[in-house]
Design a protein around this ligand. Structure first.
Ligand code: NAD
Ligand code: LMR
Length: 339
């Protein structure tokens, strides 16, 4: 007779070997950066990844050599900063994560990064559209509210846009919202899953605490919402000019990639918050919007509506939509003016 524990571990082993048989190439563009390195490390530890392709304008072969010594099965490839190496890094990729670009310093908004990062993301998006047109593209580079529309416009201009395969990574907002409520309520953050909708910067980040069954009032609610909206600034301040969140972001990016791989390999009911081409607020000028999204083998399976919210949350959402529509328009305009 087998114990329940023995049977469970056999089932786990079988499903592990089934999933590990599926070849999944994952590419990181910006792999030698503050996010890129720990993100690549976490992806190397993921048994669902069979090939890890690391590209950066500096140091990627070194990072690949280092990570490549870790005793997990996946093959790690590092690429020099040449167009042919970038093409090779992208070819056959199932997931392309893009954390390439500059981070904030104290006193800056994410939109202040636009001038530098818009062209970095545009050029990497061009390469992805040419060499991995069917991959899931995960945008981490800020300002996400604008870099996602930039990527979409590039893919559209090359005739390969698939709205189901483009994701702005907003997972860190949910990770923070869950952690911060657990600190207030003395609960296990692993059991918290606070819905956060909108975009990824300041007032466009809208936590929907009421949907989790919690109620905070007055100043407590204001300060919780403010901490979620400006959690990134906390890290930027604490790092004192040396960058923004890297380690928590690596965890959030790896979690999102893992969810996509799980969904691609047949797991059902995989839901993650993410900034996608969305019908929810197109009438308000927001072609892209983050809400809970069910993932599947084709990428976006189902976009969940925002659902029931309080009057307080509705006011947050109204402010969000105003800002977000401008951020989106700025990204679209950039590609029109500088294709
Ligand atoms: P970083 O400066 O440490 O690393 C960026 C890396 O990108 C560097 O290694 C750099 O060489 C590389 N790079 C620059 N141009 C490139 C190009 N054309 N091709 C390939 N690689 C290129 O910065 P970081 O801390 O890793 O942050 C990266 C980006 O992620 C920033 O824009 C930051 O604001 C953003 N970010 C987003 C979130 C989020 O929640 N979405 C969270 C944290 C940071
Ligand atoms: C974050 O939320 O930590 C990132 O968007 C980086 C930043 O600039 O705050």
């Amino acid at each position: 007779m087998f114990s329940a524990r023995q049977i469970f571990s056999q089932v786990q082993r079988r499903s592990f070997s089934a999933s590990s048989r599926q070849a999944s190439k994952v590419t990181v563009l910006g792999a030698a950066g503050g996010i890129g390195q720990p993100l690549s490390l976490l992806l190397k530890l993921n048994p669902r990844v069979s090939t890890l392709a690391l590209y950066d304008i500096r140091l990627a072969p070194g990072v690949a050599a280092d990570i490549g010594h870790i005793n997990t099965k996946s093959e790690v490839q590092g690429f020099d900063a040449t167009p042919s190496a970038l093409a090779e890094a992208l070819k056959g990729s199932e997931i392309v994560l893009i954390p390439a670009g500059v981070p904030r310093k104290p006193g800056m908004t994410r939109d202040d990064l636009f001038n530098t990062n818009a062209s970095i993301v545009r050029d990497l998006a061009k390469a992805a559209a040419d060499h991995a047109p069917e991959a899931n593209i995960l945008i981490i580079s800020n300002p996400v509210n604008s870099t996602v529309p930039i990527t979409a416009e590039v893919f559209k201009s090359k005739g390969v846009y698939n709205p189901k395969r483009l994701f702005g990574v907003t997972t860190l907002d949910v990770v923070r919202a869950s952690r911060f409520i657990s600190q207030l309520k003395n609960t296990d953050p692993a059991n918290e899953n606070i819905t956060v909708v909108g975009g990824h910067s300041g007032a466009t980040i809208v936590p929907l605490l009421s949907q989790s069954g919690y109620s905070l009032e007055g100043e407590k609610l204001d300060s919780y919402v403010n901490r979620v909206q400006f959690g990134g600034d906390e890290v930027v301040q604490a790092k004192g000019g040396a960058g923004s969140a890297t380690l928590s972001m690596a965890m959030a990016g790896a979690r999102f990639a893992e969810s996509l791989l799980k969904a691609a390999q047949g797991q059902k009911n995989v839901v993650e918050p993410t900034f996608v081409d969305s019908p929810l607020y197109k009438d308000k000028g927001c072609e892209y919007f983050a809400s809970n999204v069910e993932l599947g083998p084709n990428g976006v399976e189902k976009i969940h509506p925002v659902g029931k919210i309080t009057d307080y949350e509705q006011k947050l959402l109204d402010v969000c939509l105003g800002d977000l529509s401008k951020n989106i328009a700025k990204g679209v305009q950039f590609v029109k003016e500088k294709p």
